[in-house]
Design a binder for this molecule. Structure first.
Ligand SMILES: [Zn+2]
Length: 295
């Protein structure tokens, strides 16, 4: 049975690293839990001097071979983590909160200065996504709204990255790899919905936002409420779902389904250029509002 040696060291200003043998992780409010199997606690030294993220660590030998480490966190909002192996060590890195500094350039307030945001326009290339009988394709609307949102976020001071800026095919793995490489502060995947054949098109409309890790839940519900209230759009809810673009751990990541292309009136709203512009302004304001609320 392997034994567990744990040490904590700060390897760079943005991260706190914990080295340990193999395990699995789970997030909840103000808590991050690592469970290790086939492991016995041997010796543990925690040096917690002035850590800005973690207020304490405790551990429990749950059963003969199972050890659970609980990291107690100082803030409700968690900003991402990464698990990786170095030899036989599992390195866990927690991200520090972003440094937002609201600048005013000329007469324009830039509340997102210093914030790196990744936008993922869903589908592309041979993958059209939803398609209406009249020929509107989800991949095109996703890209239009992502480009408009890119401009609005840039105006507010953010540095914006797109997984695609033209009509090209990217696999889900490609998109996740870009998020892991860029390490944005938040990642948003932009989609529109379509009901399956045979379902009642009139009964399904509205905004739905998906999250997977606990760190993304607040962003999902805050953006959902902001769009629904500000634009008076119907709500389809805020839901947990195991989706590739909601699964990245490096940053709060959410997947937005902004409306149903299968709903005749909602489709008119979806393809209207002035409404697309309004939506991108609302989304950018909603993102800035969320950052203000969690700082
Ligand atoms: Zn889609």
């Amino acid at each position: 049975m392997p034994t567990l040696g744990t040490n904590i060291k700060c390897v760079c200003p943005g991260y706190l690293d914990i080295s340990a043998k193999t395990g699995c992780s789970q997030q909840s409010e103000r808590r991050f839990t690592l469970t290790f199997y086939n492991t016995t606690v041997q010796k543990d030294i925690f040096r917690m001097s002035e850590d800005p993220i973690i207020s304490g660590i405790d551990w429990q030998q749950v059963t003969a071979g199972r050890v659970k480490y609980t990291f107690h966190l100082k803030s409700v909002q968690q900003w991402g983590y990464q698990l990786r192996y170095e030899g036989t060590n599992l390195i866990v890195s927690f991200r520090h909160p972003p440094h937002t500094r609201s600048l005013t350039t000329g007469m324009i307030e830039q509340p997102l200065s210093g914030i790196k945001i990744l936008l993922d326009p869903g589908h592309g290339g041979i993958d059209t996504g939803a398609q209406t009988p009249s020929g509107y394709r989800e991949k095109d609307v996703n890209l239009i709204v992502a480009r408009l949102l890119e401009a609005e976020l840039t105006n507010r001071g953010a540095t914006v990255y797109l997984t695609r800026s033209d009509d090209k095919y990217l696999s889900l793995n490609d998109r996740v790899a870009i998020i892991d490489r860029i390490e944005p502060v938040i990642a948003l995947s932009i989609h529109y919905n379509y009901i399956p054949e045979g379902a009642d098109a009139q009964r399904n409309q509205g905004v739905e936002i998906f999250w997977y890790h606990h760190q993304s839940r607040g962003l999902a519900s805050s953006l959902h409420d902001y769009i629904v209230n500000q634009m008076r759009r119907p709500s389809k809810g805020v839901d947990w779902k195991n989706l590739a673009l909601a699964r990245p751990t490096i940053a709060p990541s959410v997947l937005l389904e902004l409306g149903f292309m299968s709903h005749p009136e909602e489709l008119n709203w979806i393809i209207d250029p002035s409404q697309q512009q309004r939506l991108s302004v609302t989304l950018a304001d909603g993102i800035a509002e969320w950052f203000r609320s969690v700082q």
